[in-house]
Design a protein around this ligand. Sequence first.
Ligand SMILES: NC(=O)C1=CN([C@@H]2O[C@H](COP(=O)(O)OP(=O)(O)OC[C@H]3O[C@@H](n4cnc5c(N)ncnc54)[C@H](O)[C@@H]3O)[C@@H](O)[C@H]2O)C=CC1
Ligand SMILES: O=C(CO)COP(=O)(O)O
Length: 349
Amino acid sequence: MVKEARTVEVEKVAVIGSGNWGTVIARILGGNVAQQKGFDREVKMWVFEEMIGDKKLTELINEKHENVKYLPGFKLPNNIKAVPDILEATKDATVLVFVIPHQFVREVCDKLQGNVHSKAKAISLVKGFDATETGIRPISHVIKEALKIPVCTLSGANIANEIAEEKFSETTIGYKNLQEGELFKRLFETKYFKVGIVDDVLGVELCGALKNVVAIGAGIIDGLKLGDNTKAAIIRIGLLEMKKYIKMFYKGIKDETFFESCGIADVITTCYGGRNRKAAEAFVLTGKSFDQLEKELLNGQKLQGTLTAKELNTVLKNKGLENEFPLFTTVYKIVFEGLDPKKIFDDIV
Ligand SMILES: NC(=O)C1=CN([C@@H]2O[C@H](COP(=O)(O)OP(=O)(O)OC[C@H]3O[C@@H](n4cnc5c(N)ncnc54)[C@H](O)[C@@H]3O)[C@@H](O)[C@H]2O)C=CC1
Ligand SMILES: O=C(CO)COP(=O)(O)O
């Protein structure tokens, strides 16, 4: 039986997260809800509160209409309201947009449990897994289980700052219920942000999670000053390991998904322009730890690839599969076990 989508007459949108990507997305959604029928005009954006000098970040965002820490230099529409309390930010919302670093999702879901609108639906833009003692779980599963609501996913070749500058990009939404996929397409699409929709919630999400590990590999290649051919090799091998892992552990994943923006395109963009790449290059050049580099280079933004490499390795090790995923395993060993970056290809070729 095909389930009815949880649409209501007027959809009320809450953005859960206000980092670099979270703020760009809030900016797009603020613009779209003001122009489209069927949406409440205000978008609340949950902000993990922090002090900037002697002022709260939420106060600064609401006064200046700019996220001065995570997206400086770009004005937000006036209908975006920054809110420090997660329950207040999501009260009455029928659309919950999750866009926070993966390591914080469970904590946030715990707070939301039992407190969401009966017709609420979610879309996860998070790139990463939820790590438990027994393994790793897709973020969409965590949200669905905690909140008992349907969850779509959005992922693509989407370096946040480029989209803030309104440079043309594509993205992919994974849906289970077509009506919800189409609703989210209407909500997110702009002239410069083109949305493709595919019937593959997990495929979209898992590509986004795993490509961050490949990007660490690409940054290592850049730090070693190897060339474009070598980078292309890492991208190709990385994409194959992503596909192998996803198909090995999850059912119903479509081959075509790997050719959407969330697949090949995201691996390419992250391996050239992402924060994981940048930090890994600096790791090779300076010998500093990733934690230190995250602080020095990212001003509060978070790396996802190193943590994901570790979480993934726990699974591979437990299942005796390290040799079957030599790039994922080597990246883990370079980042966490002191393996010489120059040995990156030793187990791969
Ligand atoms: N920045 C980008 O270009 C893109 C990011 N993404 C994904 O979007 C997700 C969110 O990333 P960004 O918005 O870029 O964030 P970010 O990395 O720029 O910022 C980190 C965010 O985490 C918040 N934070 C810190 N401690 C926290 C805690 N204990 N609980 C909750 N929040 C806390 C900070 O306030 C800040 O908003 C990640 O999964 C990322 O992989 C996806 C596409 C593009
Ligand atoms: O996911 C991204 C681009 O699609 C951003 O990647 P980084 O987190 O490495 O910047």
